[in-house]
Design a binder for this molecule. Structure first.
Ligand code: URA
Length: 220
């Protein structure tokens, strides 16, 4: 499947394929890109994702008087938010969220594959106490099989976050991951930079950008 013919489900918002986004994606996907550039340009894409994610929050009309004495009829955001990063790669998206939302609360969830069952298993979660009354921006740069993301959403639901209060942000997704995710959680909104062709035998997204966390944090 190629991204040019892929039609995402209605709950998935793919960022507009502008020359800016395409150029940024080209840099982070190139294997020769040095780490400093990978971080810088991935951060720019993350900023675009956060800005788009915020567009899915509820708003109310609001009029303000400008210095000209004339009213501007605008809007105001309703509802409080928090971020929740899926460790480790999702932590790379925290700064972009902080840059857009001053002093935003950010929880963390660590999910790893269980050695025996091979299923995603929750190892650690630290979330804001009042998370059930907040809109949650769930952060993970790569949506591959969707296993960790779905487990993370289960954790949020167990903490009484309404499903339709979750906005999941990722840079690159596979069609398989999106399909599995939206089937299980149809009310979660996904905001994604690009949807790729699929997964390889090792469950890496292809063409993808390799291991996002290792490239961003400089590990193997
Ligand atoms: N995680 C990554 O970092 N890359 C992939 O391709 C899939 C999952």
């Amino acid at each position: 499947m190629s991204s040019s013919v892929y039609t995402p489900p209605s709950q998935v918002k793919v960022l507009a394929s502008t020359s800016q986004l395409k150029g940024l994606m080209t840099i982070i996907r190139a294997k020769a890109t040095p780490r400093a550039d990978f971080i810088f340009y991935a951060d720019r894409i993350i900023r675009l994702l956060v800005e788009e994610g915020l567009n899915h929050l509820p708003v109310v009309d609001k009029a303000v008087e400008t210095p000209t004495g004339i009213n501007y009829h605008g809007l105001s955001f309703q509802g409080r938010i928090c971020g929740v990063s899926i460790m480790r790669a999702g932590e790379a998206m925290e700064q972009g969220l902080r840059e857009c939302c001053r002093s935003v609360r950010i929880g963390k969830i660590l999910i790893q594959r269980d050695e025996e069952t091979h299923q995603p298993k929750l190892f650690y979660a630290k979330l804001p106490n009042d998370i059930s009354s907040r809109y949650c921006l769930l952060l993970d740069p790569m949506l591959a099989t969707g296993g960790s993301a779905m487990k993370a959403v289960e954790v949020l639901l167990d903490n009484n976050v309404p499903e339709d209060h979750i906005i999941f942000l990722n840079l690159i997704a596979s069609p398989e991951g999106i399909a599995a995710f939206v089937e299980k959680f149809p009310k979660v909104k996904i905001v994604v930079g690009e949807v790729d062709a699929g997964l390889d035998a090792n469950k890496y997204i292809v063409p993808g950008c390799g291991d996002f966390g290792c490239r961003y944090f400089g590990t193997n």
